[in-house]
Ligand binder design. Structure first.
Ligand SMILES: O=C(O)CCC(=O)C(=O)O
Ligand SMILES: [Fe+2]
Length: 336
């Protein structure tokens, strides 16, 4: 009798590099450091090199990134583990507002390589001074804020939900965990939450009865006009919401928004990122947040690099403020 083996279940939402693959990623990052354009990760010439070098990443990683771009799966996330982050060589965790990494370090290059392979890394003029690699670190003056610099629980949100050209994907690379190892990044996908909502709520959420403000990380930015929270395909919609910044314009829409929040909370998953982990999420399908944690501001606090990825840069071309991929909220005047 022929015995059939149970087919192996492949978890497409996670890839952990072998030590050999980790060394290969480090070598590609190190090569970028030696490149003549290696002044700053924000330099468009370096960015172009990072795009080319990203094709030399290990093939298993390339496959996972390519797959995720086209099919983000029911959870809408991809976790890459064992990237080259070395605790011994890391400087102190920064603790100032608007912290960014402009230098061509191995962690910054790694975040850029993966981001540039997925699409085009970009930034916003009014957030983090337009830098492409953001530091997500606890900042004393922002401890209680609903921002990346806070340490209170961060409500579920699409990244920059108010912005007409918010990122398609975002990447969070962990350099250091928090002292207790309990700060959890929360992810929740509308693909999982939708089935918990009834048709009336789904119909209300598809109507322009919601307004979203800019998040505290933006130094300028106008609220949206009324918008839909669910958009596009009826069976597989996109989501646009920030539970700290979106309000309904009437009570009925407010109740639907609360029930959406409950449904997203019910299917949310929590992940404590460890050094060398990089989580990608599809910002069109997934809201994210973070559990509270206790910073010490002693140089050893939690530290992530964050990058934003655009899959099609052409619709936002008129919002670019210069030659690099940095956007204003509205269209910029033609340059003389
Ligand atoms: O700290 C985290 O895990 C996520 C924070 C966040 O929402 C972000 O950086 O966009
Ligand atoms: Fe966020």
């Amino acid at each position: 009798m022929v015995r059939h083996r149970t087919p192996e279940v492949i978890d497409r939402s996670r890839v952990t590099l072998t030590d050999q693959e980790r060394a290969e990623v480090r070598a590609v990052a190190a090569e970028l450091r030696r490149h003549p354009a290696a002044g700053q990760v924000d330099d468009p010439r370096w960015l172009a090199q990072a795009r080319l070098h990203s094709c030399r990443l290990p093939v298993r990683l390339l496959e996972a990134l390519r797959d995720f771009r086209s099919e983000p799966g029911p959870g809408g996330t991809l976790l890459v583990g064992n990237l080259p982050i070395d605790a011994e060589t890391l400087p102190d965790t920064p603790s100032v507002p608007d912290s960014v990494e402009r230098g061509v370090t191995v962690p910054a290059s790694t975040a850029m390589l993966l981001g540039q392979q997925l699409g085009d890394v970009f930034a916003f003029r009014d957030e983090k001074r337009g830098a492409l690699v953001h530091n997500v670190v606890p900042v004393p003056a922002l401890a209680a804020s609903q921002s990346n610099g806070g340490s209170v629980r961060l409500d579920l949100h699409n990244e920059n939900a108010f912005h007409p050209h918010r990122p398609d994907l975002i990447g969070l690379l962990c350099l250091r965990s928090d002292h207790e190892g309990t700060a959890g990044t929360l992810f929740s996908s509308i693909r999982r939450a939708r089935v918990l909502l009834d048709d009336t709520d789904l119909a209300i959420l598809r109507q322009p009865r919601f307004v979203t403000e800019a998040p505290p990380s933006f130094h300028a930015g106008d609220a949206t006009t009324t918008h839909r929270v669910l958009n596009g395909s009826f069976d597989d919609p996109d989501i646009q919401v920030d539970f700290n910044a979106t309000r309904a314009v009437d009570d009925e829409a407010g109740a639907a928004l609360r029930r959406l929040g409950d449904a997203l909370a019910e299917v949310a998953s929590e992940l404590v990122l460890r050094p060398g982990d990089m989580a990608f999420l599809d910002n069109r399908l997934v809201v994210h947040g973070r559990t509270r944690f206790t910073p010490r501001y002693d140089g050893n606090d939690r530290w992530l690099h964050r990058v934003y990825v655009q899959l099609n840069g052409r619709p936002s071309l008129s919002h670019r403020i210069g030659p690099g991929p940095v956007l204003a909220q509205g269209p910029c005047r033609p340059r003389p």
